[in-house]
Design a protein around this ligand. Structure first.
Ligand code: AMP
Ligand code: MG
Length: 462
């Protein structure tokens, strides 16, 4: 069966025309083997009814979905590791479709690995299968942990042999389709500013404002920036609470809705380690775990600079100044949510945040990031379980007492959630690098997809 009745195409970016994107064609791949089909995400946009062959046709060969004009490679610039690069743009992906989701949001189907574009800069336009597997896993885990994230909709293996300087080669190829709440990046605005195109800045502002931040008044670039600042502060806070390191926080990898996307060299923290760095090519730790809020803020200042031709500098600066307070507010909220307790006011919530971080710091390698939240979910109600579990020995001493005190002040939020099957297990679901490598090794050496599929089922399980 083709698309479901709720499918509602609305290809708005495509209307902007050729100053913003280039019509492209997908590569012709020798094979199309379905490796991951996300029917949960598909159901949100009315695509879960596609038959197997239709799925391959749309997401492996990129036949346009009903009401969609055909692929467009988006134009953008960006700062990469703080160096401006005017030679960016979708080099191995494109915007394949836009539609409303069940919540009424405009969402994009964007690709990765779909072939060369005018922005490929001599590279092959391809995605390694391992890269695709890693993006699927990251998005599933982040969604589970309450981080606003793009979802992987489809992963199709494409039967090519890719050469990569930083991976054992040749290596297998794939094409990924992701569902994302906008691919309009900070760098999309930076490009218009760099070209001195005030008209394009105004058009982009109106496009992004009306679609993603509609309560901001038309023409109010500073008001728009304030919304992006708040959403980005929330995202940074949620990465921290999830123990996640994105790896590449360039201005082309941050979008105007504050939804996390584009997962390359990401990692989850094994344990508290502020300097933990995901990308091997990030030699100075610019995007290390605890530097992510600062990196996001720096990127926001570049967005602010790009908007200067169309709004008052003081108003833009004041919007940027909202970042610090918003970040700490969102961080408190994220920790409360992860610990499953209700807010008790700013001072008490801050005590809990500080105490949790102190305990994680002091716990070192023995206290991994994820188990703390698992052991103490819903506070007091988990006491007996935590104190008789595998980490009982770590839960003593002054730092722990302060944490326990701060936690027990807070009332549990829907403690019936402790009945979920995962709390009957001693260990939480994690996604540390060794497990990711083991999942890939099974695929690589024996084409065994069972560990990958089982992992996704466990991440999703109650
Ligand atoms: P990323 O770091 O993945 O966000 O990519 C940065 C830029 O490099 C983007 O413009 C990508 O489209 C481009 N790029 C990355 N890998 C490739 C590739 N294999 N072929 C063409 N362009 C690529
Ligand atoms: Mg990118």
């Amino acid at each position: 069966m083709p698309v479901a009745r709720v499918y509602s195409p609305e290809p708005r970016f495509f209307d902007l025309g050729e100053d913003y994107g280039d019509a492209v064609r997908a590569a012709e791949f020798p094979q199309a083997l379905l490796r991951f089909r996300n029917d949960r995400a598909a159901a949100e946009v009315g695509l879960e009814t596609l038959t197997g062959p239709e799925w391959i046709d749309h997401f492996g060969r990129f036949a346009p979905l009903p009401g969609q004009p055909g692929p467009v490679a988006m134009r953008y610039h960006g700062h990469q590791f703080r160096t401006y690069n005017p030679d960016l743009g979708d080099g191995r992906g494109f915007l394949a479709a836009q539609m409303r989701d069940a919540g009424g949001r405009l969402v994009d189907l964007g690709t990765k690995g779909s072939g060369r574009t005018p922005w490929s800069r001599g590279a092959d336009g391809r995605l390694t299968l391992k890269g695709g597997v890693r993006e699927v896993l990251a998005a599933e885990m982040l969604q589970r942990l309450g981080v606003p994230t793009s979802r992987a909709l489809s992963l199709i293996e494409t039967g090519e042999a890719l050469e990569r300087g930083d991976e054992p080669s040749p290596t297998r190829s794939a094409v990924l389709v992701r569902l994302s709440h906008s691919h309009i990046r900070f760098g999309t605005f930076q490009r218009a500013a760099y070209l001195g195109r005030k008209d394009q800045l105004e058009i982009l502002l109106e496009h992004a404002r009306s679609l993603y931040h509609p309560h901001v008044a038309p023409g109010d670039a500073a008001g728009f920036l304030a919304e992006v600042v708040d959403a980005s502060a929330r995202l940074a806070a949620r990465w921290i609470a999830a123990g996640f390191v994105h790896g590449v926080l360039n201005t082309d990898n941050l979008n105007v809705t504050g939804e996390s996307f584009d997962y390359g060299p990401w990692r989850f923290l094994p344990h508290y380690e502020p300097g933990f760095t995901a990308a091997y090519f990030d030699q100075f730790g610019l995007y290390a775990f605890a530097r992510q809020p600062e990196a996001v803020f720096w990127a926001l200042t570049q967005l602010g600079g790009a908007l200067k031709p169309i709004d008052d500098a003081d108003a833009l600066t004041s919007a940027l100044n909202g970042f610090g307070p918003a970040y700490i507010r969102h961080l408190r909220a994220a920790f409360l949510e992860r610990l499953g307790v209700l807010s008790l006011g700013e001072a008490a919530d801050q005590r809990l945040l500080d105490a949790a971080l102190a305990l994680l710091r002091e716990g070192g390698a023995a206290l991994r990031w994820e188990p703390l939240f698992h052991d103490w979910f819903a506070g007091f109600a988990s006491s007996a379980r935590a104190l008789s579990g595998p980490r009982a020995k770590l839960y003593q001493g002054e730092t722990f007492d302060a944490f326990r005190f701060a936690l027990f002040e807070h009332e549990p939020d829907r403690p019936e959630r402790l009945e979920a099957s995962r709390f009957a297990r001693a260990e939480p679901e994690e996604l540390l690098i060794d497990e990711v490598e083991a999942i890939w090794a099974a695929i690589d050496s024996g084409d065994d997809w069972a560990p990958f599929e089982a992992k996704i089922a466990r991440i999703r399980a109650d």
